[in-house]
Ligand binder design. Sequence first.
Ligand SMILES: [Zn+2]
Length: 411
Amino acid sequence: MGLSPERTVAELRELQELTGDDDGAQRVAWTEAWEKGRSWLREEMAPTGAAEEIDEAGNQWFTLPGESDRALLIGGHMDSVPNGGRLDGCLNVLAGMEVVRRLAEEGTPPLTVRLVSWADEEGARFGRSLFGSSAAAGSMADQDDLRQRRDADAIALPDALAAYGVDLDGALAARRQLENAVAYLELHIEQGPVLESLDLPLGVVLGTFGVERHLVTFRGQAAHAGSTPMDQRRDALAGAAKLELEIREIAKRVGGGAVCTMGSVVTKPGIVTSVVETAECLLDQRHLDAAQLAEMLSNAEAASRKIAAEENIEVEWEKIWSIEPIPFDERLIELADESIVEVAGSSHRLPSGPLHDAAEVARAGIPTVMLFVQSLRGLSHTKLEDTKDEHLELSVQALDRLTTKALEAFA
Ligand SMILES: [Zn+2]
């Protein structure tokens, strides 16, 4: 019957009915609902003849042998956040399944085609995202930390994983899965408002943002709110307030899609009768270009020192976390662009703010690209997450075209 994007739309509803509830998707990794989703996928995939394998990190693979052992990978994640949306992660897998069905029907593809559902993309239960893909990519280096992690019910991560056959210490053996990989494709909902605002169904992802995350602490002097004249205050919150406004100007100046967020300011002593002595600000800066990200960071540091001098307070920076930008493959970006134009008339190139499993695969040196399909109202990680059926269908078609092009280009 060939490719059936309508079937994907119907299966997304079926999966939601099977593993979700009135509050949304409930396929949190390493839980029964997630396992139910994996079993469902196994049954749905059986008629294609693609052999199933669950690797050492819990990733679920389906392999359709081709004329060559070299493999084209299509991926996504069946796990969701609690009360999540019906599309995040599973659209990728279900669309990939439809493409594999079409290929299986047509015979033997020039390259081996492998569908992967990565284990625990969201990190919803233990706070560790991209678990399975980072193990396969070989970049997982936090086993000591992971050993100590516990969920809200005090169950240790290694015990939860063991219940699903995964030994934390052996997870990196999943690296062998990428040995024959020549390219990686992933379709995902955008989870943001850009495509909707452009009135476009689909876009090509250029890569994932680099992130610089810092704790910026301003220190002044606590003093009585009634007796301290305005010109004699050393108000730490004034520093935080000025910096919050300044980082917006810096992002505007640097441009190129720069985003920055002061997500939290904690003031001490935090009472109405005292000038603020310390203001601890959490700052998140992101950019697709490493040099421009570095420029944003140094501009923000310089601005904070200037502000501190103006307010007669001190400022201190502490890095919390950072990751470099991960650009996707230029050849695949071109093919993705062509595929989108063919099915939707016009395309758009955009960066991804959120990290994705695709970033881990790209980091491992495998040519990678992602397609985004429009998210209504830009919402995700909520049951309100949605995409028009017609756009979902176009996204399956675009992934299918891209698969055909990639099979030709990498064969
Ligand atoms: Zn996702």
